[in-house]
Design a protein around this ligand. Structure first.
Ligand code: ZN
Length: 389
């Protein structure tokens, strides 16, 4: 599989190699697990999300406050903002229902104006389906939201260290500024109103995503900016959905982001090799390919001539993709059995799989943000100097 990848992807690897350095095994080992914070009853991150959160209801407000408070209380360097809209729905009898998207952004500290940072956007929706009554939506998408909060906190210190090192380096050298391709930021987008109220149509679905994509396309930065709009500032839109059931298989949906899918598949391979995946199946030495068969991301070796499913799944990426944003869609096909059923609740999550997705997402973000050399173990391992790498 790995040799095949290399051969197939040579052109894109060359295109992206300059800005991309992979994470070492040592760095992968430093990524913390969410542990008790993902407990479905008492966990500080996950438990408060596991309640009905239909847009415009008290549950929605409570969950949004929990998500925002997580950043405000634990990650003060992240800027929290909201993109708000209203819309009627087929069930609202003409009443305007409010939709609130949460945006948590962390940019390099020397950035002092809009339009100078390209960002990795990590995205999930926090609203839940209105039917059946009492529906929790644990995989859809409480658990993905929890994974993103954990990823944000797990890269936070390394980001601080990296950017401090970059600033120190710039100040101590003749070099008067930091190179443009080093202006990389990260954004967590927790979207509202993904679900349809009655049945899925272009107007009854994706309420939050449609409002945000439209507004972000129309918000134009100064003409001298590197990026023209907040929408254009998204380098890659990574959408997590329906994650948390056991044995997921996530295809590579889009040719244009297959290179990113392959980076994540490589990370999955490494994490399994290091024994860091909790859901990892026992390896069968008589059938080495069995490991590949059981990968979450099982299509790393996909060829251009294979079938690509991009465009078949309606989800929050669509309004962004229609405006030219590059998308990596992490959603299993087939959908998990509990999808839109009353038993999509905390008790039916496979916690090992939830932990593994959180780990993999964190690793992907850390690699994207080039945190090699700045990741340290919980409890304070030695911070290695860049020169040692
Ligand atoms: Zn859903």
């Amino acid at each position: 599989m790995r040799l095949l990848n290399g051969l197939l992807l040579l052109p894109t690897v060359l295109r992206t190699a300059i800005a991309y350095s992979t994470l070492s095994d040592d760095s992968l080992r430093t990524i913390p697990s969410a542990g008790a914070d993902f407990d479905i009853k008492t966990g500080a991150i996950l438990a408060p999300i596991l309640q009905p959160r239909v847009p415009g209801t008290p549950g929605s407000t409570a969950v949004l406050e929990h998500l925002a408070d997580f950043f405000r209380n634990n990650l003060p360097k992240w800027k929290v903002s909201f993109q708000n809209s209203t819309s009627t729905t087929p069930l609202s009898n003409g009443r305007e229902v409010p939709f609130h998207n949460l945006i948590a952004t962390r940019d390099p500290p020397w950035i002092d104006r809009e339009g100078e940072v390209g960002r990795l956007a990590l995205v999930a929706h926090y609203d839940s389906l209105i039917h059946p009554t009492g529906f929790i939506g644990a995989i859809d998408s409480a658990a993905p939201c929890a994974m993103l909060l954990h990823a944000a906190r797990s890269i936070d210190d390394a980001l601080t260290r990296k950017w401090e090192a970059m600033q120190a380096e710039a100040e101590s050298s003749d070099f008067s500024g930091l190179e443009m391709d080093e202006h990389k930021g990260v954004q967590i987008l927790l979207l509202d109103g993904e679900e349809a109220f009655q049945s899925w149509t272009d107007t009854d679905s994706l309420y939050g995503a449609r409002a945000m994509a439209e507004e972000w396309e129309q918000t134009v930065y100064a003409a001298s900016s590197t990026y023209s709009t907040p929408l254009a500032s998204i380098d890659l839109f990574v959408l997590l959905d329906l994650l948390g059931s056991p044995n997921p298989t996530v295809p590579s949906y889009f040719k244009t982001t297959h290179w990113a899918y392959q980076h994540m598949a490589d990370l999955e391979f490494s994490l399994r090799r290091l024994g860091l995946f909790k859901s990892a199946p026992a390896k069968d030495p008589d059938r080495p390919s069995a490991v590949d068969d059981q990968f979450f991301l099982h299509e790393a070796g996909k060829a251009d001539t294979d079938q690509w499913l991009g465009g078949y799944i309606g989800d929050d990426h669509l309004p962004f993709m229609a405006r030219g944003v590059e998308v990596l869609h992490l959603i299993p096909a087939p959908f998990p059995r509990v999808w839109h059923k009353i038993d999509d609740d905390g008790e039916h999550l496979d916690m090992n799989t939830v932990e593994d997705w959180a780990l993999l997402t964190t690793a992907f973000a850390a690699e994207w943000l080039e945190l090699e050399g700045f990741m340290t173990a919980d409890g304070g391992g030695k911070v290695r100097e860049r020169d040692e790498l």
